[in-house]
Design a protein around this ligand. Sequence first.
Ligand SMILES: [Zn+2]
Length: 273
Amino acid sequence: MSTHDHSDEHPEREPSNLRLRAVRLLHRIRREAHTRHFVVAGLLTALVAGSALATVTDESAQAKAERVAAEPLDLVQSGWPVDTVLDEIAAQRGTATSAIELAEVAVAEKQALDEAEAQAQAEAAEAAAQAEAEAEAAAAAEAAKPDWIAPSDDRITSHYGERWGRLHAGMDFANWYDDPIWAIGDGTVTYAGWMDGYGHLVVVDHGDGIETAYGHASEVLVSVGDEVEQGDHLSLTGNTGNSTGPHLHFEVRINGQQVDPYKWLGDHGVDLD
Ligand SMILES: [Zn+2]
């Protein structure tokens, strides 16, 4: 023997050409699979880092991706026919791809949840700011509200004082029929109905011994016990009771005593001129 060929000594250990190609292909695919595993592991790390949202992320997709990433692609078994090995490789590659897709879906869902949460927080902040602004505006309006207003914006036709030998205990506003009559301040209705001389009458108690009376109405719009606010309509102008034309007879009563409404309103910041 001039030439020593070791390959001839143990021919049973030499892989066939077909098997050698399969093993080389398998090694290449395993490298690709390692790369995929690295990508999947990175995606999963990103998911775990967002642990606050992990509970609402698609758990089944994440679990599946973790399981597939953890499985080794160890398919080389000596007894397997090559076709079976290649089929298994193809199946594993498909599973690994779908695992990546699942992980990508999970990441996309997490991103969507992040965006939804951020939007919800922004909307909540905006709503809170708007509510605060409205509360401030309401407080400013309350602070700007005058204590008292006139009961009518129509022409004054008669003042408080002696008239034809007797006291005219209020002042008159010549309105048209059914013009609204307003509460001059917040208070409670203590009379709402007919009274001789006054016709249809409304009396409002404003507290602190201050009452106002509104007479000759064609119609009363409130009831005894009603809480009214300044400017609320109490009744409509009429010609009921001792009256010779449609008008409002208005009185201010301090501790039960009628006073000059024009002077009282003027003293309390209401300019009737
Ligand atoms: Zn009068």
